[in-house]
Write a protein that binds this ligand. Structure first.
Ligand code: ZN
Ligand code: ZN
Ligand code: FE
Length: 747
């Protein structure tokens, strides 16, 4: 039978994931001859085959792909006849325009885990064991293509044994860029907090001993350092809280395995699957209050949820296996600074930790742990980073230009867009200090470098004070800049993820975002399509007493609303908010409010949550973002059915009646539950006029589990973001999406 020559092009996550050796194995198994190479646009296979063999080959490729690979497109065509002796892997082709994806860092695979604990294996107990199917990727890449010389593994000269595995197409470690062993790979080093080496024959045993003594240890991981301590040791956790100046923000806990997770928490099948997934995110699950071993009030004060995750590196496995206890493991960073990724940055925390567990493989790209939760069987991303990022999202329409989106200011991410593709960076964090802004710029440079990307246009938030806006204006002089309203970006990002092409009814419940009128929006109802939006309703503006200070102090928002209701008479009211101020403070605040001094106007739903938290005496000051909403969640009682009145007229929602009613309630659980129910009514009433349009929900307030789950019950078809966070981590995607071609499909 005559053989034809075919060329098969495959795109997706097909580099650095063992794809070429897999193709090689498939082809040789089927006695096909030809070549495979990493081209600029993905994997390119040239093969001589009969038509039937070609079909079988393609089916086999699609059905048996390596665990980390993901095929996005597979095209084939017949080309002019070529002749081959055998099947061969051709080394990486470095030319042309790179559109391939960078594989994320994933957890250790089952086979490596077995070898790790197998005394007969040459990598027995080696803390950096890895293979083509697992381990670090994104965090060690300087540049594409993903080959060892382009990673921080280039500093380690492979030994003979490793080299043989690396070069053998039939080996599990064929072209596994980060491989090494006891003889040639990265090594651990244990130090005290002034950098003196701690002599010990077995580092892991020593670290476990130190943890059991109650020490706090900084441990270098994949995308940064963790601060860890024994999670059953209340005093150690208290010490960590005190030294980190972190009084109440919950800590994540690393558990040895899913069984240990089950000791401390209840979880459903989806949550269990996420915990054990190779991405190994932190999953927020319901803690078992009956459990004695874990001092919950110290780990996650006043919360019924706990963030758990499983070990994801061989080093974690070795530690947890020996320790056999849960470990508090929190990202190491200094307030307002990004996650520590090198020795210099971690040493700034030497007053926090007692010992430092270092290794000598450089972290090139910092990457925090990812955080997810499951609400009504939907996976909600709270922080998208290690294991998932950078992520490629397909757009419903093509971009005419190459876009750089610089994101927002808090929970920041950035994105680049070209053709119908967006690459969204991992979570970068809040842009509050110089270090954070530098880290942010580095993330942009990394994306641009890896994708060989030169933007035609830059898009930024309308907020003139955002560091991202300043960056866009400073760094891209000469390039066209476009700005986009914050909440429109929130909604349009979801439209892009869900491939929605028609007009939608968007609800953006948010902290704050800069509005078209210069006010701080955040309780917005808008009709959106890709060409623009109309704001059809919003919460009536109220004054934020003290501006930015009001964001940290819910009592200021509540007080402002009390002034709206009762003016000066509010000063003599008897309620928790008034009690949270001194008489002198109240008088000053009243003057500020009356004269409108440092009192920006806001329609923010996030702030309304704050007001309710203060009025119900739940919290008057917060120590981390989202705290008031999380505390309110805890008080929700689904047996309380009522809701509070509010008025809705001419697109303005007046919430003052809600506040008034809360003042008359004497049970805070009733107040809080009715408040949640009220928000449902609010959305229902405004949506009623537009309910032929799809409902899209986004903005940081939708990270509230109770609100989200009530809404998904009432509006099961509502669209919410799943691939990226509802908070400002999704802004960059929306920014890119707003520049898609305006050729909208008619409804
Ligand atoms: Zn492996
Ligand atoms: Zn070796
Ligand atoms: Fe926002």
């Amino acid at each position: 039978m005559p053989l034809n020559t075919y060329q098969i092009n495959i795109t997706g996550t097909v580099q650095g994931v063992g794809f070429r050796p897999f193709v090689y194995q498939m082809a040789t198994k089927m006695n096909l001859v030809g070549t495979v190479l990493n081209g600029a646009g993905g994997v390119e296979i040239t093969v001589n085959a009969s038509e039937l063999d070609l079909k079988n080959f393609i089916t086999a490729l699609q059905n048996q792909i390596p665990p980390l690979a993901k095929i996005e497109t597979l095209d084939w065509k017949q080309i002019e006849q070529l002749f081959f002796q055998n099947f061969r892997i051709i080394e990486t082709d470095n030319d042309g325009y790179i559109t391939v994806r960078i594989p994320p860092d994933v957890s250790i695979c089952q086979e490596c885990e077995e070898e790790l604990f197998d005394p007969s294996n040459r990598r027995y107990l080696y803390p950096f064991i890895t293979c083509t199917n697992c381990g670090v990727r994104y965090s060690i890449i300087y540049n594409l293509p993903y080959d060892r010389p382009n990673t921080s593994m280039k500093f380690f000269q492979m030994c003979k044994a490793c080299e043989q595995e690396y070069a053998n197409p039939l080996d599990r470690r064929y072209h596994a860029q980060p491989i090494g062993c006891w003889d040639c790979g990265p090594t651990l080093k244990l130090m005290d907090n002034v950098g003196r080496g701690v002599p010990t024959p077995t580092i892991i045993n020593k670290v476990v001993e130190l943890l059991l003594e109650g020490n706090i240890i900084a441990v270098k991981g994949v995308g940064g350092y963790h601060l860890v301590c024994d999670a059953t040791n209340e005093k150690a956790i208290a010490r960590l809280r005190e030294r980190k100046h972190r009084p109440t923000k919950p800590f994540a806990v690393m558990v040895k395995d899913i069984e240990m997770a089950g000791e401390f928490a209840e979880f459903n099948e989806t949550e269990a699957r996420l915990l054990a997934s190779r991405e190994r995110p932190i999953v927020l699950v319901k803690s078992k209050s009956s459990h004695k071993g874990l001092p919950l009030q110290m780990v996650a004060p006043n919360m019924s949820r706990i963030g758990l995750f499983l070990p994801y590196t061989p080093l974690h496995l070795l530690l947890l296996d020996k320790l056999n206890r849960p470990l508090v493991a929190t990202s190491a960073n200094i307030t307002d600074e990004p996650i520590c990724t090198d020795k210099e940055s971690i040493e700034k925390l030497s007053a926090v930790y007692g010992y430092l567990l270092e290794h000598n493989r450089e972290i090139v790209n910092g990457c925090d742990d990812s955080v997810l939760m499951v609400v009504k069987s939907q996976i909600i991303t709270l922080r998208r980073a290690r294991g998932y990022a950078p992520v490629s999202i397909k757009l419903p329409l093509a971009l005419q230009k190459r876009v750089l989106a610089v994101g927002a200011n808090q929970k920041s991410t950035v994105a680049i867009g070209f053709n119908n593709q967006v690459i969204l960076s991992p979570h970068i964090g809040d842009l509050d200090g110089i270090e954070s802004v530098e880290y942010y710029e580095k993330n942009i440079d990394t994306l641009r470098c890896m994708y060989d990307f030169e933007p035609d246009v830059i898009i930024h938030d309308m907020h003139p004070g955002y560091e991202s806006t300043k960056y866009a204006k400073d760094k891209y002089k000469g390039l066209p800049l476009q700005e986009i309203q914050h909440h429109y970006a929130h909604i349009i990002g979801v439209m892009a993820e869900k491939q929605l092409k028609r007009k939608v009814f968007g609800v953006a419940f948010d902290g704050t975002g800069y509005g078209d009128d210069g006010n701080l929006w955040g309780g917005e109802f808008m009709l959106c399509d890709y060409s623009g939006y109309t704001r059809v309703a919003h919460i009536e503006y109220f004054k934020l007493l003290g501006g930015a200070k009001a964001i940290k102090e819910p009592k200021r928002v509540a007080l402002s609303l009390l002034f709206e209701l009762y003016a000066e008479k509010a000063l003599v009211l008897d309620n928790p908010t008034i009690k949270a101020f001194s008489q002198a403070e109240l008088k000053t605040q009243y003057i500020m409010w009356k004269k409108g001094l440092n009192t920006p106007m806001s329609s923010s739903m996030g702030r309304l949550f704050d007001a309710v938290a203060s009025l119900t005496d739940v919290c008057h000051k917060i120590s981390f973002e989202g705290e008031s909403g999380m505390l309110l969640e805890e008080l929700y009682d689904d047996s309380i059915k009522g809701y509070y009145d509010f008025t809705y007229k001419d697109g303005i929602i007046n919430v003052l009646p809600i506040i008034q009613n809360i003042l008359n309630e004497n049970d805070k659980q009733v107040s809080v539950s009715k408040f949640f129910n009220t928000l449902l009514e609010m959305i229902a009433i405004v949506y009623r006029d537009y309910d032929d349009l799809p409902l899209v929900l986004s903005g940081g307030v939708f990270q509230n589990r109770v609100l989200l789950s009530l809404l998904l019950d009432r509006f099961p078809n509502a669209f919410i973001p799943n691939l990226f966070p509802p908070n400002d981590g999704g802004i960059a995607l929306g920014q890119v999406a707003s520049l898609m071609s305006n050729t909208m499909q008619e409804q």
